[in-house]
Design a protein around this ligand. Structure first.
Ligand SMILES: Cc1ncc(COP(=O)(O)O)c(C=O)c1O
Length: 376
């Protein structure tokens, strides 16, 4: 599809077959594990078995691939995509550098599962400094990082990694392909959880990998075909249906993030506010240069775990829940999951409610916190 179209047009049209009289815009999910074969035909010419073939998956892959600007493979979850990339690209004796402050499961999984296979696993903070990349097989970046919302210069890091002979994989979960196109910035691989804003309704699990390298598509695709980390066809169809509204959802989430970040910045109970959309934020300059839009996630700190619980109990609109990118505004105290974050750190995922309602609710909940503290 032409890149001259706007984001919403691209999302509405992505991956759809040409409109055909009497047919749905998006073909329904193909519920098949096995398909009839032609006894005298070529088994490789048709869909034969669900682990390897699904027209529903192909439609979704065409859609996400168009948005990321590469070939896409969808997976059952984001972690299935991340682990497929790492296990395919990094072999025993190889070296991987991961974000020290990115999604904690990627790091903990790599240390538990890759290190015993003879892979050297090290970590670097997203904002740098980065180690000498000589001898590194794969540099994994996550920008903006979850939960700290640090940003790194993807084009500059891709260039130095390539000079050192390393491949670069970028976790694009928080930005989504409408917020940032890492393949255009020089990354070799995009990997992401589509469970979050990409599908955005808190009703399915999904991951994907996108790349422009036919060799990597072949290797990671063959890994998926053999290990079986595919999404179900209903999830794939539901994800494709949800993708059509991505631009609208992100626009409101980003508007809400801007409004809530301003309210949080003005409140005395709040510390260490991070949102790359704020001109005061340390990541703003790089984010504004390489991102097309700012995420709907804001991170901040309250005094303690107890203060976070009191804030959430006092709010009528912010729901305590993990994950992010959904329709409902939610907040997650990251330390409760074992993430190496301060006890009062909150990752706020802005939904699509009305900005004025959210600002009023959040302000009352924060004021309530202050009022209780005064009574103590
Ligand atoms: C940045 C990032 N990458 C990957 C994942 C893993 O995705 P999933 O939960 O879909 O397996 C997550 C989940 O929170 C995430 O935040």
């Amino acid at each position: 599809m032409s890149h001259e179209y706007g984001d919403s047009t691209r999302c509405v049209k992505a991956g759809l077959p040409p409109a055909t009289p009497g047919q749905p815009f998006l073909p329904g999910p193909v519920f098949a594990s096995t398909y009839p074969l032609d006894p005298s035909g070529d088994v490789n010419a048709i869909d034969s078995y669900g682990r390897t073939h699904s027209a529903t998956r192909r439609h979704l892959e065409a859609a996400i691939g168009e948005l990321e600007g590469g070939s896409c493979l969808v997976f059952a979850t984001g972690m299935a995509a991340v682990s497929a990339v790492l296990l395919t690209v990094v072999k025993p004796g190889g070296r991987v550098v991961l974000p020290e402050d990115g999604y904690y499961k990627t790091r903990s999984w790599a240390r538990t599962a890759l290190a015993p296979l003879g892979v050297t696993v090290s970590a670097a903070p997203t904002a740098g400094p980065y180690p000498d990349l000589t001898g590194v097989t794969l540099l994994v970046l996550e920008s903006p990082s979850n939960p700290g919302l640090e940003v790194c210069d993807l084009a500059a890091l891709a260039e130095s990694a390539h000079e050192a002979g390393a491949l670069v994989a970028v976790d694009n979960t928080t930005a989504t392909p409408l917020g940032q196109r890492p393949l255009d910035l020089g990354a070799d691989i995009v990997m992401a959880s589509a469970t979050k804003a990409l599908t955005g309704h808190s009703d399915l699990m999904l991951g994907y990998v996108a790349t422009r390298s036919p060799d990597l598509v072949g290797a990671i695709g063959s890994w998926r075909d053999s290990t079986g980390g595919i999404p179900g066809n209903f999830e794939a169809w539901l994800a494709h249906r949800s993708l059509a509204t991505l631009d609208l959802r992100l626009a409101r989430q980003s508007e809400n993030a801007a409004a809530l970040a301003a309210a949080l910045a003005a409140h005395p109970a709040v510390r260490n506010l991070r949102w790359p959309g704020r001109p005061e934020d340390p990541s703003h300059v790089v984010a504004a240069r390489q991102m097309q839009r700012m995420p709907g996630v804001v991170t901040f700190e309250l005094d303690s775990a107890d203060a976070v619980a009191r804030f959430l109990n006092a709010s009528r609109l912010v729901v305590a829940a993990t994950s992010f990118g959904g329709l409902h505004t939610t907040a997650d105290r990251r330390a409760q999951w074992g993430d190496d974050a301060p006890p009062g750190l909150v990752r706020l995922s802005c939904g699509i409610e009305d900005p004025a309602d959210l600002v009023a609710d959040l302000t009352v909940a924060l004021d309530h916190l202050g009022a209780l503290d005064t009574l103590r």
